[in-house]
Ligand binder design. Structure first.
Ligand code: PEP
Length: 253
């Protein structure tokens, strides 16, 4: 049975004291979760060690990376590797966030390599993808999303999908305050699940958690998460505020 997941993407925000204070507040506030729910934060890589140590005091709060390089090691100044993540007990990583695609030129082919490197190391992948505004306006959004899935992920074996989470994030909704309507989110999530079903069968497709991301806030989370194919959210801005993030976590129930 697929899980409901709320993951916070802190992006390039918070200094050390702020990161530890937010983590401590979350650890203190999060009670036991139902068995089918998960909560994660993805801090900047420089904070992974210290945030991970604080989060280890909670049985509930998981910590993931925001990115990793496709190579195992080498002359890639400024990058971090999957084995570095593993060495800090970080077992999940965001890949393909639209900001990585836009500002760091990550395309589906590089992401395919990153996915393979992560999975080979036993790191769970949270694969982010979604259309740009002009693609929705010219009605190519379903095709764009299908290609982002196929080109980066459809070489995987069915069994590897146990270690992949999808995060559909329409670019026009990220950080803009403009959210996809619950109906638009459900329509695209159903499309994603049907593309998965065609490629891998219903049992595999039904087991994959598909998160929605794009200006999820406490006041819209419940309705979005209530859609049958929406299995939680990837949260940017609202994950930086303890009470907002906790309210969004509560909206999974
Ligand atoms: C994100 O960056 O993944 C995101 C969804 O951001 P926001 O919630 O701020 O739109």
């Amino acid at each position: 049975m697929r899980k409901k997941i709320v993951a916070g993407n802190w992006k390039m925000n918070l200094d050390k004291a702020e990161a530890l204070s937010l983590t401590t507040d979350l650890v203190d506030a999060l009670g036991a979760l139902p068995e089918n729910q998960r909560v994660m934060v993805c801090p900047p890589s420089i904070h992974l060690s210290s945030v991970g140590e604080v989060a280890a005091g909670s049985k509930v709060l998981e910590v993931g990376g925001q990115n990793m390089h496709q190579s195992g090691s080498g002359a890639y100044t400024g990058e971090i590797s999957g084995s570095m993540l593993k060495s800090y007990n970080i077992n999940s990583v965001l890949l393909g966030h639209s900001e990585r695609r836009a500002y760091f030129h990550e395309n589906n082919s590089v992401l395919r390599e990153k996915v393979d490197t992560a999975l080979a190391l036993g790191i769970e992948v949270i694969y982010c993808f979604g259309e740009m505004l002009e693609e929705r306006e010219n009605e190519t959004h379903f095709d764009v999303v299908s290609s982002q899935l196929k080109e980066a992920l459809f070489h995987l074996e069915a069994s590897q999908w146990n270690h992949v989470i999808l995060a559909y994030e329409p670019v026009w909704a990220i950080g803009t305050g403009r959210t996809a309507s619950p109906e638009q989110a459900q329509e695209m999530h159903a499309h994603i699940r049907s593309v998965l079903t065609q490629a891998y069968g219903a049992e595999c497709a039904d087991g994959v958690s598909i998160l929605y991301g794009g200006s999820v806030k406490p006041d819209n989370a419940k309705e979005i998460f209530g859609q049958p194919d929406v299995d939680g959210g990837l949260i940017g801005g609202a994950s930086l505020k303890t009470q907002d993030f906790l309210a969004i976590v509560a909206a999974m129930s």
